[in-house]
Design a protein around this ligand. Structure first.
Ligand SMILES: [Zn+2]
Length: 266
């Protein structure tokens, strides 16, 4: 698997053990890198791949969210690190818990890795000026996590979506997801009118694919509400409702959604 130029000077490749997508945007004043892989070793490999692509050291590294497969390679880079304002706390507190639950063997193998904290934080929109083009960073709302960022290159019609959009599998609902918010976040993403959407995992997709995924996560949110209103517990909800994805992958979606709907005194 090698680099693909999805639009003018916007590249992506699938990288590393967890098949994460990394993105590269180049301009007159340098290169922006989007996500870095699941370990410092994968970050160092990526640096070599950047040289093979013919671009220099990135002037900025954007972390779409704090899941280890997207940001543990950051340790191999220097310069400006962009992340959501909630990322530093997430990295301090939650990343190891998430990793240990998802893949305990991997968690052990990279224990002690220091992920550089973001030097630049975003809670709305920020712009990186590459001289002859602008790269926009947006937090469009919660969804896959509470701190998802997307990276848009308006002149090329490209948007790097992180795990808000997935192509090689269904959207991943973990214990840090916001299933009720996710549909609106994807609607806002579509409102940016990108031509090419680069998911966090899998092949690039178009707006029609992303609209279908938005409709499916909206159906999940609807099911979460309906089963909560019916008084079902999460396990009952998974069998009683007709879900758009394999119910076995939706336990956290229902748990998280029901918890969000429960009144605070419960
Ligand atoms: Zn993720």
């Amino acid at each position: 698997m090698s680099w693909e130029e999805v639009a003018d000077r916007c590249f992506r490749r699938r990288h590393g053990r967890f098949d994460v997508t990394v993105g590269v945007v180049t301009g007159r004043l340098g290169t922006v890198l989007v996500d870095t892989g699941a370990s410092p070793a994968e970050g160092w490999e990526l640096r070599a791949e950047l040289r093979a692509l013919g671009v220099g050291e990135p002037v900025a590294v954007v972390t779409t969210h704090g899941h280890f497969d997207h940001c543990f390679g950051n340790a191999a880079f220097t310069g400006l690190f962009w992340g959501h304002a909630g990322l530093p706390e997430y990295l301090r507190r939650e990343v190891w818990i998430t990793m240990a639950a998802d893949d305990p063997d991997w968690a052990r193998s990279v224990a002690g890795t220091e992920v550089p904290a973001p030097t630049q934080t975003v809670s709305g929109t920020a712009v990186i000026d590459l001289g002859d083009r602008l790269v926009e960073i947006h937090h469009l709302g919660r969804g896959h996590t509470g701190h998802d960022l997307v990276v848009q290159v308006p002149d090329a019609g490209v948007l790097f979506a992180g795990d808000l959009v997935e192509e090689s599998g269904p959207p991943a609902y973990g214990g840090d997801s916001f299933p009720l918010d996710w549909p609106l976040t994807l609607t806002r993403l579509l409102d940016l009118r990108p031509e090419v959407i680069v998911p966090g995992h899998g092949e690039p997709v178009d707006r029609a694919f992303t609209a279908r995924q938005r409709d499916a996560v909206a159906a999940v949110a609807h099911g979460v509400r309906e089963t909560f209103d019916a008084g079902l517990d999460p396990v009952q909800a998974l069998t009683a409702h007709d879900w758009p994805y394999d119910p076995l992958r939706l336990l956290q979606a229902v748990r998280r959604g029901h918890a969000q709907l429960a009144p605070p005194w419960e």
